[in-house]
Design a protein. Structure first.
Length: 160
């Protein structure tokens, strides 16, 4: 496994549309392992492949110590709306309030190419949507209603 560099604000790759994954080989598995290691090292709760310079539809998400890998993810259902604070590993130190559906259902593939479905609410729902947005070149700053002031940021913990 290897740590990858996280692309930061202003990197044009963060705005590129990604292509679907079609080969579920050892190269993909290596990439997924690297993404997970990079996410943990950066203390993030989610990471999308474009954030490490790979323009493919791959996301990883952390739910405490459990890790989810979703290839070619797609939101197939969403419900409600919640406004909550978000950050992004590509925007260190920046946080804002973002409205998003409260619950989503996502379909995709696992690392072997098998169909998976994930239902998320609360933080998981938010992280799923944030990471899937990355795959379309959409960043949380595009959806922010209000950025947090430095004293508000002090109270926060992890970032997506
Ligand atoms: Ni992000």
């Amino acid at each position: 496994m290897a740590l990858r560099n996280i692309r930061k604000q202003g990197d044009p790759l963060l705005r590129q549309k990604t292509v679907p994954v079609s080969r579920f080989n050892s190269q993909l598995h290596q990439l997924l392992d690297d993404m997970i290691e990079t996410m943990f090292k950066a203390e993030g709760i989610g990471l999308a492949a474009p954030q490490i310079g790979i323009s493919k539809r791959i996301i990883v998400i952390r739910d405490e110590d459990k890790v989810m890998e979703i290839i070619n993810p797609e939101i197939i259902e969403s419900e409600g709306e919640i406004i909550d604070v978000e950050g992004c590993l590509s925007f260190p130190g920046l946080y804002g309030e973002v409205p998003r559906p409260a619950r989503v259902e996502v379909k995709g593939l696992d690392r072997t190419g098998r169909d998976i479905k994930i239902s998320g609410q609360g933080l998981i729902s938010r992280v799923l949507q944030h990471e899937i947005d990355h795959l379309h070149g959409i960043l949380f700053i595009d959806k922010v209603l209000r950025f947090l002031a430095p004293e508000e940021i002090k109270k926060l913990g992890e970032k997506a």
